[in-house]
Design a protein around this ligand. Structure first.
Ligand SMILES: O=C(O)CCC(=O)C(=O)O
Ligand SMILES: [Fe+2]
Length: 317
């Protein structure tokens, strides 16, 4: 499969812009009109950047995260925080006290980001689903990982174990590194790339196969056999994610933009429609939100709507 041919012929088509936001002061500082505008910018695949993050982490907490307060560095891999359960995962190997500190810092981050975005992106806040937050302590440059887990290769995000069933993946990142930027490249948005991807992968012709899978699943359910049912939308997004990472020609030739997110900056991006890769950087915090279709400013531009139009059928369950 050669995805390079799926890249739009016009190099500028579907590339992202940076929209700078100076954090509003006070809880009601963003007008409803401005919020809607920002939602539209994000849904179009643009990146909202706050050069000076509204979510500053106290120096003491940073030192704890960097491991400066411990005799050894406590965190060797990404730590995830599940806000609804108030639980962290991935901190194994650290002491109970260290895990508890990480949980407190991530809980605070998650709450403050949620409060901030409830105002900045108010149209989403009534219905979003608060997903995981994460702490990313590892240097991304030359970070070893298996191919499909590599984040230095261009991809659209798709969570293999947490299907969104069409909801959008919105992420709020903060670079807490005091001196080094976090460096990303982005390429075309899903709106520019998705239709060609769908053609290249034969999405339009796959309805027969999926109908068969659906029939087999309902048969298994009747028999009481447990089935892993990932909606067709998530299957496709995951297939796209993997194909992009597998295709070295695409990775080399896709049009690219490079972004340096400076220390203490935050940025917001729909990572399911902005193809992205992280090239370098260490120490970032992140909070993910799942945004359902019915609160989007322009649902027809969403990856779900784009894929359903091509497939000619519903891709959610
Ligand atoms: O950590 C980052 O800067 C982004 C990594 C990424 O692409 C991801 O977590 O999906
Ligand atoms: Fe990603």
């Amino acid at each position: 499969m050669n995805l390079a041919s799926a890249v739009s012929s016009s190099p500028a088509a579907g590339l992202s812009r940076i929209v700078i936001v100076d954090p509003p002061v006070g809880p009601s500082a963003t007008t409803a009109g401005r919020s809607r505008e920002l939602c539209t910018e994000l849904e179009a695949g643009n990146i909202v950047l706050m050069p000076s993050s509204p979510i500053l982490i106290p120096g003491e907490d940073r030192d704890l995260l960097f491991g400066r307060r411990q005799a050894r560095s406590p965190y060797h891999k990404n730590i995830a925080y599940r806000p609804t359960e108030d639980r962290i995962t991935g901190a194994s190997g650290s002491s109970e006290a260290e895990s508890e500190q990480a949980r407190r810092i991530l809980r605070d981050y998650s709450r403050r980001v949620t409060e901030f975005l409830s105002n900045l992106l108010s149209p989403y806040a009534t219905k979003w689903k608060l997903d995981y937050a994460s702490y990313r302590p590892i240097e991304e440059k030359a970070r070893p990982a298996r191919l499909h887990a590599r984040n230095d290769l261009l991809h659209f995000d798709s969570f293999p174990t947490r299907p969104t069933n069409g909801a959008r993946i919105l992420r709020f990142f903060t670079n807490i590194n005091p001196v080094e930027s976090r460096v990303w490249v982005t390429s075309q948005t899903f709106e520019a790339f998705g239709p060609r991807f769908a053609q290249t992968t034969g999405l339009a012709n796959s309805s027969g196969r999926e109908a068969l899978t659906r029939r087999m699943r309902s048969f298994a359910r009747i028999l009481g056999i447990p089935v892993l049912s990932r909606p067709p939308y998530d299957e496709l997004m995951h297939r796209c994610h993997n194909l992009m990472k597998e295709d070295t020609d695409f990775q080399e030739t896709a049009p690219k933009q490079r972004w340096e997110f400076a220390p203490n900056s935050s940025w917001i991006v729909f990572t399911d429609c902005v193809s992205h890769a992280v090239l370098s950087g260490q120490y970032a915090l992140e909070q993910t939100f799942l945004i359902p279709q019915d609160v989007l400013a322009e649902a027809k531009r969403s990856p779900l709507a784009i894929l359903e139009k091509i497939a000619g059928r519903r891709l959610t369950i």
